[in-house]
Write a protein that binds this ligand. Sequence first.
Ligand code: SAM
Ligand code: F3S
Length: 445
Amino acid sequence: MSKKLYLITYGCQMNDYDSAKMASVLDASHGYTRTQDADEADLLLLNTCSVREKAQEKVFSELGRWKDWKAAKPDRVIGVGGCVASQEGEAIAKRAPMVDLVFGPQTLHRLPELLDTTRRTHKPAVDISFPEIEKFDRLPEPRAEGVTAFVSIMEGCSKYCTFCVVPYTRGTEVSRPLDDVLTECAQLVDQGVKEINLLGQNVNAYRGPMGKSGELCDLALLITYLARFDGLKRIRYTTSHPAEFTDALIDSFADEPKLASYLHLPVQSGADRILGMMKRGYTRADYLAKIKRIRAARPDISLSSDFIVGFPSESDLDFVETMDLIAEAGFDGAFSFVYSPRPGTPASNLRDNVPPEVKKQRLSLLQNRIRGLDTEFKEALVGSRQTVLVEKIAKKGGGQIAGRTSTNRWINFEAPESLIGQFTDVVVTESQPNSLRGRWVAPTP
Ligand code: SAM
Ligand code: F3S
């Protein structure tokens, strides 16, 4: 009987991607198959996130629950990966002694060796080093699961925003060579993938070495190469940094029809004073000027962003500037967070002086505003014809299938299940809180 892996993931899409790679590396080396039932698992892994305080706290409360699970069957192995592991290292095994493995985002490919070491020595095996891009060279070939896939093209971040732990937990920016990225994408397309989402903490910082020439390929050029793959019909990327959002990337929205009409461009705040304190490297005016040009290049684009409210010293006026910027940019989606000081970051030395109730109130105002804009965006789509990549049977059942529009909205509609995996056209009939409803029109040739 094959050994079972139970794997929980917190945090961003990079972590989802890394978790899929952990599962595939353990399957290839030790024959582990995934289970959703912790009771039958031989190996239990927690892929963690430390971007915000809450995410970090969750790790130790989850591990607390796993104590009994380990006590019931002591030869089970427990591992902690991801950014909390990277930040805390051996301290995790000290604070939670049932932990056998501690590995960072850059050492997940070494999981098989770490597993063998802990089994042999009966001691925790810890590796949170940054062996740069070695990770990708040591991973098994990608296996497509469905018609959409993520491909990580770079790791880490060198922006050092004053509030953020990512440069410390994931290391500085390192790009994968162009040939490696193209090969992985080609392998996925050969397996039927039609939409690829290029991933990076700072995906538009991509500068992949091209062959032996020493020249570097940026994200805009990578998109033009990928667009030449016949079977690949849609390209997305996330997450971009506004300061590095180049003219070439803006132009690609005008020039490359395979690029989806969706962009996530975190702004964090609308007040120049706060942006300066965050060390974001752009002003409100710079940001809005880029949005204007992006909209000119792709008028139907869906734009989303990230916001932090309650950064140290953020005044009512600063917050009003953020709300104004939301109206001016016309975002139709956002992830928004209350500021939490992260250990080791420059901002953690500032007094966290916005009262918690003010932070909460600002967050709720901001989220209500964004929800309203999302509704407006979806309502404006009613009556339009959208090309949809059908991904699955709709959760709502009733003979409906579900796919995503180019603008990244889920749409449910009645049509044969045989359309799953295909592009088809749908007329939007209704906007609902988290999705759209539509009427199937015809397959797109
Ligand atoms: N690369 C992205 C960018 O260009 O800004 C950000 C990636 S970060 C992992 C994801 C989001 O978490 C950030 O955009 C920010 O809004 C939020 N975040 C990061 N550190 C935070 C902190 N200390 N407190 C609250 N939110 C935080
Ligand atoms: Fe974090 Fe800023 Fe990089 S938010 S991931 S340091 S761009």
